[in-house]
Design a protein around this ligand. Structure first.
Ligand code: SUG
Length: 446
């Protein structure tokens, strides 16, 4: 069985309202690009191009559907009344940041959709999913109910897949999903180590925390997810992200570290007590664990945040080597690109860099790794996945045509308030649920 297991990447399809609203304090790209004009069509096509290219190379690739925005129900819950148009108009006029929040296409960053543990690591031998509450930011906190419905529609077989509802939405249980979770294993499909990284201790305000920017993930949230998934403490590691790097703009662990199989690729400043963290990982993993630590001399934390070097994907090749998927921002960076070139020519396992233009997502702080949710599946589990979300030539052609038909190529702040947008989005999403055979997952369909 392990021989036929694969790590799948399910990428978030960018939604039709993609825009730059500066909603994520602590995420420097989001703040810097507030008010810039977005191009939702280009954003979706850039994401699809990455999915298609990786699928063409033989990597298992699927699609995670976007969410319904505007989220009218959220506005009604906040006291706006009348028909949909009246609700939207009043919110746009009287509560602009709230309005922008209910328009956000942030579900594209699928790494934040959920935490996933493969069956090789869970007590009941099922693949476990816990939707992330994303409770630190209003615009993201409203994702999890629809995320849960979509994950059910993608992984419907409850004999093989366990779906947990998001953790309680409060600061002590702030959970940002797989962006702060990594699995190490000697081979895909085999039991391995699950590694959870947190930024704050929810019930202990005296624990070290960043001073400038918020820590979004708590230890208690990570521990709850580990319990829900039935993980064995002997192969589970919890580590604190260094508060200083959060203050430098590293709002999730996946902006400073990435792991795959037996390899951890991280910056030397990634974790508090880094030596102890690496030694616990090493000891729990056993022989064969390997770390590439990037020094500040080679790449500073600021350059890492700008280029998103660590927001990369490490992918296994058929010969056992690995490729690293990085954004174009790495290629144009005078420090990062030479470093990466020398890494892939000298490292025994990591021997290829693949570059993608994901600029539209990057401008909101979302790189290649943010856009994907990893799910390790053995052959039986893979057969139980809704086949209509699996990337192939036909799906790529259908989704490309769907984007071309429904998406605007310009989304400025003022465009978000256009009354026609809501019906454009609903028509697009209705068609999408037919393409992906998801059933009724959106509030307007329920
Ligand atoms: O949560 N940006 C997202 C980016 C998430 C990146 N994900 C990972 N690193 N895994 C966030 O901060 C910006 C939206 C805006 O400003 O319009 C935003 O939500």
């Amino acid at each position: 069985m392990p021989l036929t297991a694969h790590e799948w990447n399910f990428d978030g399809l960018v939604g039709p309202t993609h825009n730059y609203s500066g909603l994520s304090f602590g995420n420097i790209a989001s703040a810097t690009n507030q008010g810039a004009v977005a191009n939702p069509r280009l954003a979706a096509l850039q994401g699809l191009a990455k999915m298609k290219a990786l699928s063409d190379r033989g990597w298992k690739q699927g699609v995670l559907a976007p969410q319904e925005r505007p989220n009218i129900a959220a506005l009604r819950r906040l006291g706006f009344t009348g028909d949909d148009t009246t609700v939207l108009k009043a919110a746009a006029r009287d509560a602009r940041p709230v309005f922008n929040s209910v328009m956000s296409a942030s579900s594209m960053w699928a790494a934040n959709a959920a935490t996933v543990s493969p069956s090789a690591n869970t007590a009941d031998g099922r693949v476990h999913f816990t939707a992330a509450n994303l409770n630190h930011k209003f615009h993201r906190s409203m994702e999890h109910p629809t995320t849960t419905r979509i994950l059910h529609a993608m992984f419907p077989d409850t004999a093989r897949f366990a779906h947990h509802q998001a953790l309680p939405s409060c600061p002590q249980f702030g959970d940002e999903g797989a962006a702060n979770h990594t699995r190490f294993t000697p081979a895909i499909g085999k039991r391995g180590v699950e590694f959870f990284v947190f930024g704050a201790v929810g019930f202990d305000p005296s624990a070290p925390t960043p001073k400038r920017y918020p820590a979004r993930q708590t230890l208690e949230a990570s521990q709850a997810v580990a319990r829900l998934h039935g993980l064995d403490p002997r192969v589970t590691v919890f580590a604190q992200q260094h508060p200083d790097v959060i203050d430098a703009g590293v709002f999730h662990n996946d902006v400073i570290a990435v792991g795959h199989r037996e390899l951890l690729f991280c910056h030397e400043a990634a974790f508090a007590h880094q030596a102890a963290v690496l030694s616990e990982l090493q000891q729990k993993f056993g022989d064969g664990f390997s770390v590439i630590t990037v020094s500040a001399n080679d790449v500073s934390v600021d350059e890492a945040v700008k280029s998103y070097l660590f927001n990369s994907q490490l992918l296994s090749k058929p010969d056992g080597k690995m490729a690293i998927v990085v954004p174009e921002e790495c290629r144009i960076n005078a420090h990062v690109w030479p470093y990466l070139q020398s890494l892939v020519t000298s490292h025994p396992t990591l021997n290829e860099a693949l570059v993608f233009d994901l600029r539209e997502s990057m401008m909101n702080g979302g790189g290649p790794a943010c856009l994907r949710l990893r799910v390790e599946l053995n052959a039986t589990e893979a057969n139980a996945v809704n086949p209509n979300v699996v990337m192939n030539d036909v799906l790529f052609a259908r989704l490309t045509a769907w984007v071309q038909k429904h998406y605007r190529d310009r989304m400025a702040d003022a465009d978000l308030a256009e009354p026609t947008l809501i019906n454009e989005v609903r028509a697009a999403l209705d068609e999408l649920t037919v393409i992906l055979k998801l059933g009724s997952v959106y509030p307007f369909q329920l």
